[in-house]
Unconditional design. Structure first.
Lengths: 494, 142
């Protein structure tokens, strides 16, 4: 008993001193993430926790403004296409990694070769599958060679973190990262926290905030409690229903689009009128208000946000019109038809609730919706099943490159991993856009594809979800469309 | 006594081997790491290539034999998620597991010995039966 009391006292003292320390150091922030990184090697995994930390340590040749515009970062100027399969990148001079290694052409060539090496087996390979090689031209110039013409290369480079060639082979690399960014790694106490310190020699200027602590809190309610107690300054994935309680709920249109894929090849949804009816039947405003407290916008009849390349401003959402839906179903002879709707639970924000709400809207116009919620692994079996496509599959597409190619290749294009149509014309448009290096022509191809898919109602486009962050009163931060949490863009209010 | 210890050790090895087989097979039946690890939009070719690199495309018995072979060389493999030796992760968690285990055993001694003595004073009595009842529940709860 005595020992326990002592322990409790020690614990209380630690808590108090940590709290006091946090208050004393005004130029520090504590960020609560939903998951701990599994590794801090920036090229290996597809891991949100890893990315949130490493986005502050590492940099890329191209970056994005908070609004999503591509701009050079470690590149000195926008790379130029010197022949159909080679982009020439000029590098910013005089930059050093945190360990003193120079950032130069050798570092870029090494970083590219490392991540595309099949032996390395990066989970990020789907972003870089078009890259064939990289070669040094001179100390500050690199040629990046693609398999075919690759108009998306600059967006891809925005995703590829540059690593120091000397240190990257060290076994410690995955635990103690070294980059060129505004923050350098200090310590990782597994299971507890990761601490970064400002890189005051940063080429882009000394960051205001001098220390960042990441904590890992899986439970949204616990993250909220920590924010309210003053323990955290920024928490991620704030639930919409908590937004009114926090000092600041910063929200910005994010990268996630929940949609329902309709089977255009078989079953009742083979008839375009049925697919259109399923679109007219859903009140998307009600979904945004009822499930997301308004922290979502109605999808514009396409799997793209306005900030993405390929967005077609002339295509809009199907309006909520249950009468029209009923009429179309009657015309198609599909009144009372059974539609199987596949979903999962707990993977994405409000996934089960969205599926159930959509089913209720469909039922209201005379469809018999059979909702089937599967555990994620089994759900993926259905999503990837190419032989027997379900009538309707709910999925949330997340488009990190802010370019139509990735999500269209996966969901719009016939034979894509999650597509349910065999529209050859649509596939031809997507294939043509994939290798079209003329920006204007490429945008036009996607606009045609968007229009065609919308007319054919291959999907029920639901929402574009906003990212919501809970932020303490002392932090000033605008948030970004690409969901990166860059501490160098935060300010501590005086 | 020596024979007894040997026998128990032998039993332990058999149990560990059995558990290894079951865990190995079951984890491969219930979830496909490739499906979950790669982004949803990754193509089938990329998935196949990834699986091949991890060696998960081979038959389960082959994978199992390789795993056992590794253990014989004191190589316990690498975590798919963390890309570092599995043993490092085990040792990282070991102190807390031991702390829990010893506290548990300690508590069990403190409680069970006096209770056992009380129960043994009157075999078949109320205290005996209730002690057996409670300890059975305790054993059954995972």
């Amino acid at each position: 008993m005595n020992v326990n009391w002592k322990r409790a006292l020690v614990a209380i003292t630690i808590c108090l001193s940590v709290g006091l320390a946090a208050r004393a150091g005004a130029q520090e922030v504590t960020i609560a993430l939903g998951s701990e990184p599994t590794t801090l090697d920036p090229q290996l995994r597809e891991d949100g926790g890893e990315r949130a930390v490493n986005d502050n340590i590492y940099e890329t040749l191209m970056a994005r403004t908070p609004q999503g515009k591509l701009v050079p970062q470690l590149a000195a100027e926008p790379p130029a296409l010197i022949n159909p399969t080679t982009w020439e990148v000029k590098l910013r001079p005089g930059i050093k990694f945190h360990n003193g290694e120079p950032f130069n052409a050798d570092a870029v060539v090494f970083s590219v070769k490392r991540i595309i090496n099949p032996q390395f087996n990066s989970e990020q390979i789907s972003f870089f599958a078009t890259i064939k090689d990289a070669e040094k031209v001179d100390d500050l110039t690199v040629g990046i060679i693609t398999n075919g013409p690759d108009p998306i290369l600059l967006s891809r480079l925005y995703w590829m973190k540059m690593v120091p060639p000397g240190y990257a082979n060290d076994p410690k690399f995955a635990e103690a990262p070294v980059g060129t960014g505004p923050y350098r790694f200090d310590v990782w106490n597994r299971g507890q926290n990761i601490i970064l310190k400002a890189n005051n020699d940063y080429w882009g200027g000394k960051p205001q905030i001098q220390q960042v602590t990441y904590r890992f809190v899986e439970e949204p309610g616990t993250r909220l409690a920590g924010l309210m107690a003053g323990e955290f300054d920024v928490i991620t994935n704030l639930l919409p229903e908590f937004s009114r309680q926090v000092p600041q709920a910063i929200h910005i249109l994010g990268l996630e689009h929940p949609i329902v894929i309709l089977n255009a090849d078989d079953g009742p949804t083979k008839d375009v009128r049925v697919r259109q009816a399923l679109n007219y039947a859903v009140d998307k405003d009600a979904l945004a208000e009822g499930l997301f407290d308004g922290y979502a916008q109605i999808a514009q009849g396409q799997l793209l946000s306005p900030s993405f390349f390929g967005f077609n401003p002339k295509v809009g959402p199907y309006p909520y019109d249950p009468e029209k839906a009923k009429a179309l179903l009657k015309e198609a002879g599909a009144v009372g038809a059974t539609v199987e709707l596949i979903g999962t639970a707990g993977r994405w924000l409000k996934d089960r609730e969205l599926v159930e709400a959509v089913a209720a809207f469909w039922d209201a116009v005379g469809i018999k919706t059979k909702v089937r919620i599967f555990e994620f692994n089994e759900y993926l079996n259905r999503l990837f099943d190419r032989k027997t496509r379900a009538d309707a599959i709910f999925v949330v597409s997340s488009n990190e490159l802010l370019d139509a190619d990735k999500s269209f290749s996966a969901y719009y294009r016939a034979d894509g991993i999650g597509s349910s149509n065999s529209d050859k014309d649509l596939a031809a448009l997507i294939d043509a856009a994939r290798t079209e290096t003329d920006v204007v022509k490429r945008a036009d191809l996607y606009r045609q594809a968007v229009k065609r898919a919308c007319d054919q109602a291959y999907f029920v486009w639901l929402l574009n979800i906003e990212d919501i962050y809970g932020v303490s009163a002392r932090i000033d931060w605008p948030a970004r469309v690409d969901a990166k949490i860059l501490v160098s863009e935060m300010k501590v209010k005086k | 006594m020596g024979r007894y210890i040997l026998k128990r050790l032998y039993h332990g090895v058999v149990v560990i081997f059995g558990v290894t087989i079951i865990v190995f097979v079951v984890t491969r039946m219930v979830g496909d790491p490739v499906k979950v690890m790669l982004p949803l939009e990754a193509t089938l070719e990329q998935r196949a290539a990834f699986e091949k690199q991890l060696g998960l495309d081979r038959p389960i018995p082959v994978q199992f034999l390789e795993f056992i072979g590794g253990i014989a060389r004191m190589d316990f493999g690498e975590s798919l998620w963390q890309h570092r030796p599995a043993m490092d992760i085990v040792f990282e968690k070991l102190p807390r597991t031991l702390e829990l285990a010893f506290l548990g055993i300690g508590l069990a001694f403190v409680l069970s010995i006096p209770l056992g003595i009380i129960a043994a004073l009157r075999p078949g009595g109320v205290s005996d039966r209730s002690t057996i009842f409670v300890s059975l529940i305790g054993l059954s709860v995972p």
